[in-house]
Ligand binder design. Structure first.
Ligand SMILES: *Cc1c(COP(=O)(O)O)cnc(C)c1O
Length: 365
C-alpha cells in the first residue's frame, strides 16, 4: 500500500444528503426540506441561549446535569438514565457502535430514516432492510428478518420520510418478538407532534426493558436544530455503554441552556403542535383533491407529508416548479422514492402557496 486506504465498509457509505436551502442555480429558498419548526423557536429558549452566551470561555457541563434533570422531570424519568447527544444522530451512531460491528446485522424498515444505513455501515455491520407495508412498518416482516446476527433494530416512530405511525400494540408486539440481546432503538424525533392518546409507549418500555433505547430531539418541535441537541433513555447498562463512547462536552453551554428553557415552555410546544396538525390536515386534503392527477399523500403523524406523484406530473418536476415559487422540498430518489417529495409543514401562507402551485402544475401536466 502506498497510501492510507479507508475501510471498505466506509467507502460503501453514501453520505447523508441534507435538505436543500437553495435551488440548483444558487437562489435561496424557503426550507420545507428539513422538518424544522416554521414558527422558529421558543422565546424563552432564545433568551436562555443569549444569557448563556455570556460565558464562552468555559467548557460546557460535561454531565449536562441541569438538562438531564429538566428532561427527567418533564417525562417522569430517572435523570441518571438520561443521555444527551450532539443531536439524536450522535445517539443513533453510538448505539450502533456499542452493540454492533463487522459480521453483525442492523435491521430497519425500507423507507426508514437515512441515518440508519450510515450508522450501520460506519461500524462495519451489515444493514438489513425489511419490506414495508404501503410505506408503513410491517412488524411481522421486520421480525421475519431477524437472524442470529441481528444486534440492533432501528425504528423511527413516526417515521421519516413516510410520516407513518406504528401503533402502541405493534411496538409492544415487535419488542416482545425480539430476542432480549437485541438493542431496540425507538427513534421518537417527532413524538411531540402526536395528539393525546397516540403515544407509542416507548418511554414506558424503556423504563423497564433492558434492551430498549428511546431517542428524542430538540431539533424538530422545539425549534433548536441549530444547536444540535438530542437525548435518550434506556437501562443503566445501555446508558453506561453509550457514555463510554459519546464525545466529551457533546452538548454546548448555550445549547444546554436553550434546551432547558424549551423543555419548560409547554405553551410553545402546544402552539406548534396545533399549528402543525391544522396545516398538515389542510395540505393533505388539498393533495387528496388532486388524486385524479396521480398525487397521493401518505397518512402522516409528523410535521411533513410524503407526496407520491404517479401521474403526468413527476416528483422531480414538482420539486423544480416549487423552486420557482421559492420553496425547497425534499425529493427522495436516493431513498428509493423517485416518485416521492417530502414537504415540511410550514406557515399558512407557505402551505397555501405550495398547494396552489401543485394544483397548477398537476392541471397543466
Ligand atoms: C430529524 C430526525 C432526527 C434527529 O436529528 P437530530 O437533529 O440529530 O436530533 C432523528 N431521527 C429522525 C427520524 C429524524 O427525522
Amino acid at each position: 500500500m502506498t497510501r492510507p486506504v479507508p475501510k471498505d465498509w466506509i467507502l460503501g457509505i453514501s453520505p447523508y444528503v441534507p435538505g436543500k436551502s437553495a435551488a440548483d442555480d444558487g437562489r435561496p429558498l424557503v426550507k420545507l426540506s428539513a422538518n424544522e419548526n416554521p414558527l422558529g423557536s421558543s422565546p424563552l429558549a432564545r433568551a436562555a441561549f443569549v444569557a448563556a452566551a455570556a460565558d464562552l470561555a468555559t467548557y460546557p457541563d460535561p454531565s449536562a446535569t441541569a438538562l438531564r434533570k429538566a428532561i427527567a422531570a418533564a417525562h417522569d424519568l430517572d435523570p441518571a438514565r438520561v443521555i444527551y447527544g450532539t443531536g439524536s444522530d450522535e445517539l443513533l451512531h453510538i448505539a450502533a457502535s456499542a452493540y454492533a460491528g463487522p459480521g453483525d446485522e442492523i435491521l430497519y424498515v425500507r423507507y426508514g430514516f437515512a441515518v440508519y444505513d450510515i450508522a450501520a455501515r460506519r461500524v462495519g455491520a451489515t444493514p438489513v432492510i425489511a419490506p414495508d407495508a404501503d410505506f408503513a412498518t410491517d412488524v411481522d416482516a421486520l421480525l421475519a428478518c431477524v437472524t442470529e446476527r441481528t444486534k440492533v433494530v432501528f425504528l423511527a416512530n413516526p417515521n421519516n420520510p413516510t410520516g407513518t405511525m406504528t401503533s402502541r400494540e405493534d411496538i409492544a408486539r415487535l419488542h416482545a418478538g425480539l430476542r432480549p440481546d437485541i438493542l431496540f432503538v425507538l427513534d421518537q424525533a417527532y413524538a411531540e407532534y402526536l395528539d393525546a392518546g397516540e403515544d407509542d409507549g416507548g418511554l414506558e418500555l424503556a423504563r423497564s426493558a433492558p434492551n430498549v433505547l428511546v431517542t428524542r430531539t430538540f431539533s424538530k418541535i422545539f425549534g433548536l436544530a441549530a444547536e444540535r441537541i438530542g437525548w435518550g433513555y434506556a437501562s443503566a447498562e445501555v446508558i453506561d455503554a453509550l457514555h463510554r463512547i459519546r464525545a466529551p462536552f457533546n452538548v454546548t453551554t448555550v445549547g444546554q441552556a436553550a434546551a432547558i428553557a424549551a423543555t419548560a415552555d409547554s405553551e410553545w410546544v402546544e402552539q406548534s403542535r396545533v399549528h402543525n396538525r391544522q396545516w398538515r390536515e389542510w395540505l393533505a386534503s388539498e393533495i387528496a383533491a388532486l388524486a385524479n392527477h396521480g398525487l397521493r399523500a401518505v397518512p402522516s403523524k409528523a410535521n411533513f407529508l410524503l407526496v407520491l406523484f404517479d401521474g403526468a406530473l413527476t416528483a422531480e418536476a414538482a420539486m423544480k416548479g416549487l423552486w420557482d415559487e421559492g420553496f425547497a422540498t425534499r425529493w427522495l430518489p436516493g431513498q428509493g422514492l423517485p416518485n416521492g417529495l417530502r414537504i415540511t409543514i410550514g406557515t399558512e401562507a407557505q402551505m397555501r402557496a405550495v398547494a396552489a402551485k401543485l394544483r397548477a402544475m398537476a392541471e397543466a401536466a
